[in-house]
Design a binder for this molecule. Structure first.
Ligand code: 5GP
Length: 204
């Protein structure tokens, strides 16, 4: 069985990283796409776990060699999703989460219309600002750019199939998990298992 592509977008500071870590504690057959980025590594981030941190030149080479399912410039840095990683994980029957921006979500949906798309919406602008400030990972200039970009990002919610409002980590992660589990139960995604059962009803 082929795994699903699950696109998760939110403005920076929307809390998608925390929610995703939370669902990994209890969901099986799920993996995470580790993007390539030209952004500088933050304190505490690990190369190959959070991102593959590469130079602009290396990023251009990966574009040329067709490595990316999609890539985009976000807040002044480049980010890209590895097609190879996505195919390897889904080929093993595991769902893969793509934590990408809205431009990337559009690009993936154009190529993979079966992908599941989820938008994580912060409960208010004030709370987003507070969360981003508390995170303390950005310099003032980068923080302001992310807040400015959040206006356009939140209005993109309508392009996504699902919206999870991240008021509180436990209920929001439960909602996220519920979406993923329900999508796995779509009849179209269970054709092989269903066929095996139907075959057992064939008494001829
Ligand atoms: P951050 O620098 O805070 O880790 O991420 C900034 C933004 O880039 C976030 O909205 C994140 O979802 C997005 N992003 C991370 N990886 C990718 C990717 O591979 N492709 C695209 N299009 N966006 C990404």
């Amino acid at each position: 069985m082929i795994g699903n592509l699950i696109i998760i977008s939110s403005p920076s500071g929307g809390g998608k990283g925390t929610l995703i870590r939370e669902i990994f504690k209890t969901l099986d057959k799920i993996s995470y796409s580790i993007s390539y980025t030209t952004r500088t590594k933050r304190e505490g981030e690990v190369d190959g776990r959070d991102y593959f941190f590469i130079s602009q030149g290396e990023f251009s080479q990966l574009i040329d060699s067709g490595e990316f399912l999609e890539y985009a410039e976000v807040h002044g840095n480049f980010y890209g999703t590895s097609l190879r990683q996505v195919e390897a994980e889904t080929g093993l029957g595991r769902d893969i989460i793509l934590e990408i921006d809205v431009q990337g979500a559009h690009a993936v949906l154009a190529k993979k219309p079966d992908a599941i798309s989820i938008f994580i919406l912060p409960p208010s602008f004030e709370i987003l600002r507070q969360r981003l400030t508390d995170r303390g990972t950005e310099k003032k200039k980068d923080l302001e750019l992310r807040l400015k970009n959040s206006f356009q990002e939140v209005s993109s919610y309508k392009f996504f199939q699902y919206v999870v409002i991240n008021r509180e980590i436990q209920s929001a992660s439960n909602e996220l998990k519920t979406i993923i589990l329900a999508e796995r139960l779509r009849s179209i995604r269970q054709t092989e298992a269903i066929q095996d059962i139907l075959n057992s009803f064939d008494v001829s």
